[in-house]
Structure formats: structure tokens, C-alpha cells
Design a protein around this ligand. Structure first.
Ligand code: ZN
Length: 278
């Protein structure tokens, strides 16, 4: 059984996915040191989705390549299992809003609006975190990745302020300098809108968090690739905002830009993806 994601205390079904959540099953609730309330400003505009793998392979000392198995994998009881591993690891904070298991099951472990999960340090405040389960032998499954992509696109269209479905260029072996340098606690990543990998935010993670396969699948599904390092997103959006008639284009597709997109035929407020997610 699954009833959906939790957005501002409300259960919202996710089209095409079975989503079990912490309101239905308290074992999915994150421990108090793995999650915190978002403050009012954070709640007002959540503008990033950060994608992870639980194994982060290849990364650190484990440089085995990811193995993408065809089809669907077995359940690993990932919701209870992964939340439990975060809870019992008192040496570090860990948590995410979603866990995607090998069998396409999705687990929602925190409220997308009112709670910030501890998955990406200073990006926690403005972001939703998704952990894609990776086995000890570095395996992922194709259907699992498809489910993760479906979840990302649904979130882009269904967050209170829709998040533009835009992703970085293929990974260059290091985080994107703009994301790291702009990690100022007062205004964390306030000019970044879109879907990024954990590896794009920090040098502490390697290529496999989340790996090229997932990011490439997002591109194939219609996400727009930008050279964030060079500010291509800002330049492109300034032009789009000017075309939309926005008085002071700032290059950041926030709530006013989404409203202008909706008013000009982009029914879900997204530039790239039509209603129904595509
Ligand atoms: Zn990660």
C-alpha cells in the first residue's frame, strides 16, 4: 500500500508510483537528529532537488563502476532498513525525503515543505533529497532508475513552487565551483534552481553519488542541461524572463517566473515539461 508524498501535512498521490510514507508507517519517520524544521523563508521557496545513491559507488576508496541491471530488482525493505541505518548512526546526521528501492517502491520519510532532511549539508534548507538504493556490489536496476526519474519529474511539476527541470552538464570529476562558493549560510544556493547530484555540491562525494546513469536518464527524459559553472542558466533565464514581460529579469526562475510561465500556456509552470510531466 502507498498513499503518496507528504506536502505541507497533506498526502498527495504520485502518478505512476507506489509511495509509502511516514504518516502511514512510523518506522519511516526520520530520527530527530536526521531532520529539522524548515524556517519560514526556506518553506516559501524550495528550489532544488538533490539526487543521491546510498552506496555512493564509485566514490572514495571504492572505485568499482556502477552496475545497471535490467528490469526490476527485489525489494530490500529499503524504507525501514535505510531509515534505521541513519537512526542508528550517531556519528553523522543522515536523512532524505525519499528512498527509491530496487523494486520501484518509493518511501517518503519527511514532509517536503515543512522539514529539511540532512542529506546535503548547506543545501538542505532549499532542497528535497532523494536516495536511490545501491547494493554493496554497486548495483542499481533500470526500472528503479526509471522510478527515480519519474519521481524527480513529478516533484518538479508538483512542488508548491514548481522547480524547473534543469540539470548540470555531464560530471567533470569535481563539484561545480558556483555551488560550493555560494554556500553561504545566510543565502544558501539562492540562485540555483533545478536538479543536481550530491557530487555537484561537494568534493567529499565521488562520481557515484548519484552516478552518470541517473543524470543521463534525467536528460533523456527531457531535463534541460545547463553549464551552471559558467552561469548559462542565469543568462538563458534572463532572456526568457524578458520575453515573458518580467520587469527586472534576474535569471533565477522563482515564483514570479513560474507564475508568468503559467499565464503564458506552460500549464504546470515549467519551461521544458508539458502537463502530465512531459
Ligand atoms: Zn549523497
Amino acid at each position: 500500500m502507498g498513499t503518496g508524498a507528504v506536502i505541507n501535512g497533506k498526502l498527495v498521490p504520485v502518478s505512476g508510483l507506489e509511495v509509502q510514507n511516514f504518516l502511514d508507517d512510523p518506522r519511516l519517520k526520520l530520527a530527530p537528529d536526521d531532520v529539522r524544521p524548515r524556517n519560514a523563508r526556506e518553506q516559501a521557496w524550495i528550489h532544488m532537488i538533490v539526487v543521491h545513491t546510498t552506496g555512493g559507488i564509485p566514490g572514495g576508496k571504492d572505485l568499482r563502476p556502477q552496475v545497471i541491471n535490467p528490469g526490476v530488482g527485489p525489494s530490500s525493505n529499503a524504507g525501514e532498513r535505510v531509515v534505521g541505518s541513519w537512526t542508528h548512526d550517531s556519528t553523522r546526521h543522515g536523512g532524505a525525503h525519499f528512498i527509491v528501492d530496487f523494486d520501484r517502491s518509493v518511501y517518503c520519510c519527511a514532509d517536503l515543505v515543512t522539514e529539511a532532511a540532512y542529506h546535503a549539508e548547506r543545501a538542505n534548507g532549499p532542497s528535497v533529497g532523494i536516495e536511490v538504493v545501491q547494493s554493496r556490489s554497486a548495483e542499481l536496476y533500470q526500472d528503479q532508475m526509471d522510478a527515480a526519474v519519474q519521481l524527480v519529474l513529478w516533484l518538479c511539476a508538483n512542488m508548491p513552487t514548481p522547480i524547473q527541470a534543469q540539470i548540470p552538464l555531464p560530471y567533470q570529476g569535481k563539484p561545480i565551483a558556483r555551488f560550493v562558493e555560494s554556500q553561504d549560510l545566510a543565502t544558501p544556493l539562492s540562485d540555483v534552481v533545478g536538479v543536481v547530484g550530491h557530487r555537484d555540491l561537494t568534493a567529499n562525494r565521488g562520481e557515484g553519488d548519484p552516478g552518470n546513469a541517473i543524470m543521463d536518464a534525467l536528460a533523456t527524459a527531457g531535463c534541460e542541461r545547463f553549464d551552471f559553472e559558467a552561469g548559462q542558466d542565469i543568462v538563458t533565464w534572463k532572456q526568457r524572463q524578458a520575453d515573458l514581460g518580467i520587469a527586472k529579469p534576474d535569471g533565477i526562475p522563482g515564483p514570479a517566473t513560474v507564475a508568468a510561465l503559467k499565464a503564458t500556456g506552460h500549464a504546470n509552470g515549467l519551461w521544458m515539461l508539458a502537463p502530465g510531466n512531459r
